[in-house]
Design a protein. Structure first.
Length: 148
């Protein structure tokens, strides 16, 4: 017996074609000629159009990168942290207005959070350096005044 769909010979007692999986009840007794064989269905329908790829918001990506830069490199001025917060807000707005055509809301949120944390970290470092500088100058003045 031969499969009606693909023309492959099917073993006696089989319930399905080993090649295409067609039930054995749909078999023929002679293999079909090449011209009479049905065309194999393509993996894509005839009217198939690939779904539009959903792109990331550039502002959201920039926000995340700047937030990481501001947090990992605190010696860089405060500008990356501020830009991370601004770009995160702009990226969030882009994603919300895009009606599903853009993604990146999570990146924008992460960029905003990292920007805020980096901003606070830099302010704390500035205050700490200020107090340390003051303490060191007082200590050096006392040490200088000490005489034997």
């Amino acid at each position: 017996m031969f499969c009606a769909k693909c023309g492959t010979q099917v073993e006696e007692g089989s319930k399905f074609c080993q090649k295409c999986g067609t039930p054995v009840g749909q078999t023929i007794t002679q293999p079909q000629t090449a011209s009479a064989q049905p065309q194999m269905a393509s993996a894509q329908p005839v009217n198939f159009q690939p779904a539009a790829t959903i792109k990331n918001s550039g502002m959201a990506v920039a926000s995340l990168v700047l937030g990481i830069v501001g947090l990992v490199f605190p010696f860089i001025p405060i500008i990356p942290s501020i830009l991370a917060i601004i770009f995160g807000a702009l990226g969030m707005g882009q994603v919300n207005r895009s009606n599903g055509m853009l993604k990146g809301k999570g990146m924008a949120t992460a960029g905003i959070i990292l920007g805020i944390v980096a901003f606070i970290w830099i302010i704390v470092m500035i205050i700490w350096v200020g107090f340390s500088w003051n303490w060191m100058s007082d200590f050096s003045n006392e040490f200088r005044d000490f005489s034997y």
